[in-house]
Design a protein around this ligand. Structure first.
Ligand code: UDP
Length: 411
């Protein structure tokens, strides 16, 4: 069967989760519709890709629940969540499956699914660890998942393991790695690279790029702090503060000035031409100081055929084979980052071989087609079971204490 799926996403901006959903919805074609809780550039990109999309504005209370949020902020958001639940439940009746792409969307979907008698799939793209989220927050989303989700799709083994560690039912979770299309990377020409470097005002020296929204945990400061150990090397910071981390963005400039490296740091802001920018770099660095759930930028650096130096934690370990397809270094350690970068720059032939191995691995292991096929199969299995289970499913789903979830979806 080709089940119809209603995707829910809270964010209107373009982070990794949204870019991945863009590929998914595009891959699923006419059977997919996306409802966003906020308008913004994500809606424009979905529109441009021909994906059916609408905006159902959420209360600020709902959008305020987040990273590190405690029980109090969750409680304050209750009226807003309930309003959103009712509206989503009505809309969901026209679809076979309700699919949440973020935690905030999942809270709404988990409650709307039983009302609409539709199975709920949660695409879990966060590490539910103490490093990232408060205990009350983790307990809430895990209880909702155990009781009300038909399936939890984790974007890495690390994300799946953290879900189970937080009390999530192991039988509910499947890993689907993100897929990323190589086409835009292959299309970049030498002329594009030269033009990009000139437009950015980059000098002739080597360039190390970080491609992430500016946020403390994304660790751009680690590269800035590595620069004094890398004479002549320039840092290209691509991304902007998407979720209110403006103070960190300002701190980065202050830190660069204090270290005397400000003239070697280029802030490019948010950019839609990441493939050309990555190819304008000699090394692509991933500097997150907290474990990354997946790390699209790492796969992208590999697809750009650039040697990648990445922080050794979380989902990134499933992407990079240290020493063969890239380098893994201790997170938050500017000296380790500087050493790895210096070694790659000192041995360009070895760096090229590593980049080529990285590109081949990324192409074969993180294909968009494989991701879409895996997600489509899960959606269809959930839809089939949702139809069979009918009311019995709804009653069973309300077992908020979970169990091992082995009665989730059977294909
Ligand atoms: N990105 C972008 N423009 C920017 C900075 C980042 O399009 O200026 C993209 C980047 O190419 C990647 C995504 O944002 O596809 C970030 O995904 P990742 O998994 O690395 O981190 P997340 O944002 O999900 O935490």
């Amino acid at each position: 069967m080709s089940a119809r799926v209603l995707f829910l996403s809270h964010a209107g901006v373009l982070g990794g989760a949204e870019l991945s959903l863009l590929d998914l919805a595009r891959g699923l074609g006419g059977r997919a519709h996306v409802t966003l809780f906020q308008d913004g550039p994500f809606r424009e990109r979905l529109d441009a890709a021909g994906v059916g999309v609408g905006v159902m504005a959420a209360s600020p209370g709902l959008l305020g629940v987040g990273r590190g949020g405690g029980a109090l902020s969750s409680l304050r958001s209750v009226p807003g969540v309930l309003r959103q639940v009712g509206t989503v439940a009505l809309q969901a009746r026209a679809f076979d499956v309700l699919y949440a792409n973020s935690q905030k969307a999942f809270v709404v979907a988990a409650l709307a699914g039983p009302l609409a008698r539709r199975p709920v799939v949660w695409h879990l793209r966060d590490l539910l660890t103490a490093e990232h989220f408060g205990a009350a927050h983790r307990r809430l989303v895990v209880a909702l998942a155990n009781g009300l989700a038909a399936r939890v799709l984790a974007n890495s083994e690390a994300t799946a393991a953290a879900f189970v560690e937080a009390g999530g039912a192991p039988g509910k979770v499947r890993v689907v790695h993100n897929g990323i299309a190589p086409g835009p990377f292959d299309a970049v020409t030498e002329a594009d690279v030269r033009q990009t470097r000139t437009a950015l005002g980059l000098g002739p020296g080597s360039v190390v790029g970080v491609f992430s929204r500016l946020a403390q945990w994304k660790g751009q400061h680690v590269l800035v702090e590595a620069l004094p150990r890398l004479p002549g090397v320039q840092a290209l910071l691509v991304g902007e503060a998407l979720f209110g981390e403006d103070a960190y963005a300002a701190e980065l400039r202050t830190r660069a000035a204090a270290l005397g490296v400000a003239d070697r740091v280029v802030f490019a802001g948010f950019r839609a031409d990441v493939p050309a920018l990555m190819k304008a770099c000699d090394v692509v660095a991933h500097t997150s100081v907290a474990a990354e759930p997946f790390g699209r930028v790492v796969v992208e650096g590999m697809l750009a055929a650039r040697p990648v130096v990445a922080a050794d934690a979380g989902g990134v370990r499933e992407i990079v084979e240290d020493g063969r397809t890239g380098r893994l270094v201790r997170p938050g350690d500017p000296a380790a980052l500087a050493d790895a970068v210096a070694a790659l720059l000192a041995r360009p032939d070895a760096a090229r071989r590593m980049a080529a191995a990285g590109r081949d691995a990324a192409r074969s292991r993180f294909a968009v087609g494989a991701m879409v096929a895996a997600v489509a199969a899960e959606i269809d299995a959930c839809a089939a079971r949702g139809q069979r289970g009918d009311l019995a499913w709804g009653v069973g789903a309300l077992n908020l204490h979970g169990g091992d979830g082995a009665d989730a979806v059977r294909e």
